[in-house]
Write a protein that binds this ligand. Structure first.
Ligand code: FAD
Length: 327
């Protein structure tokens, strides 16, 4: 089949690669591939850290998404920074810990392994004030390396879609052009570079501010991220200050690192903050609205869309996330 994928972010590229692997003739249409949210994302693969109250179906989906990542990363044939070291969930002040404790209780109630630890014993650079848990099953990958690897496996053009048997809309925030209910949620994220020290991803609350630190093998530490219901592309000085303050309160040594990049990205979010994956009408499929989970969900999304292209049903776990719920 001739498959046209509109959008060359991590979602569109993963779909294109999966369809190529299944023998289809695929073209990705994007004037600026890899330039959207996927270029900014931290790359946490965190179904436990992202399991919030009242989202059981999304949590089940994210657990499945995480399950396929190790084999998927290996299959890409390049180092994409897949790192299974695990994640420390942390609160700094007493109030922060009380807030996080409620989340830990929720995570345990779902059957996740959430191990009480002394964070500064696991990660000596972390402030001795911090209290937390270790989640061994929440991992990370480097989205820029993933996008780079995917781009090497597919054909991309800036031309509009021509003749195709199946078209897949995977244009992130640009999917609104097809009437899909996607809104941009702005995120400011920083990259620091300095002597490597942290091994685990850190995420939690620090003086009432949500924060995560993602250490990369290339001596970078990602500091993220704001979550702002707006579409502009500027990073305010206040946002950068707040992120740096939380990061250095948690890991004082980061103050010695160089600030090498301030990034702004837009998460494609939907009215219920869950993805839209499925068939709009015969020959027109959609995979968008992945909000905070697009990196985590890219491989499984690609498999689900390729199943539809092959004329098969999507796996059960995807059933709640079809476009029909908004139409
Ligand atoms: C600060 C931040 C941190 C994040 N951290 C994580 C994380 O740790 N883990 C995680 O899983 N997710 C994370 N995310 C979310 C993740 O980045 C997104 O869910 C994911 O990148 C969405 O991928 P996408 O391919 O749908 O969209 P994008 O990456 O935005 O790509 C969309 C593509 O479509 C193209 N396009 C748009 N309109 C058109 C059009 N009309 N025609 C052709 N092409 C078009 C664009 O050029 C772009 O290349 C984060 C996001 C942000 C902003």
């Amino acid at each position: 089949m001739r498959v046209a994928v509109v959008g060359g972010g991590i979602i569109g590229l993963a779909i294109a690669r999966e369809c190529v692997l299944r023998g289809h003739e695929v073209t990705v249409h994007d004037p600026s591939p890899g330039s959207g949210a996927s270029h900014v994302a931290a790359g946490m693969l965190a179904p436990v850290g992202e399991s919030y109250f009242g989202e059981p179906e999304l949590t089940r989906l994210l657990v499945e998404c995480a399950r396929v990542w190790p084999a998927y990363a290996q299959g890409l044939g390049a180092d994409v920074g897949y790192d299974p070291t695990g994640t420390l969930q942390i609160g700094l002040t007493g109030d922060d810990v009380r807030e996080m404790a409620r989340l830990w209780q929720h995570q345990r109630s779902l059957g996740f392994e959430v191990e009480k630890v002394v964070p500064s014993e696991v990660e000596p650079l972390v402030s001795a004030r911090a209290r937390g848990v270790l989640v061994r099953s929440d991992h990370q990958v480097d989205p820029r390396l993933v996008v780079g690897a995917l781009l090497r496996t597919v054909r991309v053009t800036a031309d509009p879609v021509g003749e195709a048997d199946v078209t897949v809309i995977a244009a992130g925030c640009g999917s609104t052009a097809w009437g899909l209910p996607v809104r941009p949620v702005k995120g400011v994220l920083l990259r620091l570079r300095g002597a490597p020290g942290l091994k685990h991803v850190l995420r939690g609350v620090c003086d009432a501010r949500e924060i995560y630190l993602v250490p990369r093998k290339n001596a970078e530490t990602i500091v993220g991220a704001t979550s702002e219901e707006r579409a502009d592309g500027e990073a305010s000085a206040g946002a950068v200050r707040d992120l740096l303050r939380a990061a250095t309160d948690l890991v004082p040594e980061l103050a010695e690192h160089a600030l090498v990049e301030v990034c702004v990205g837009h998460r494609p979010a939907t009215p219920d903050n869950a993805p839209i994956v499925g068939e709009l009408r015969p020959g027109l499929l959609v995979a968008t609205g992945h909000y905070r989970h697009g990196v985590l969900a890219a491989p499984l999304t690609a498999m689900a869309i390729a199943d539809l292209v092959d004329g098969r049903e999507m796996p059960e776990v995807w059933k709640p996330f079809g476009p029909g719920r908004f139409l």
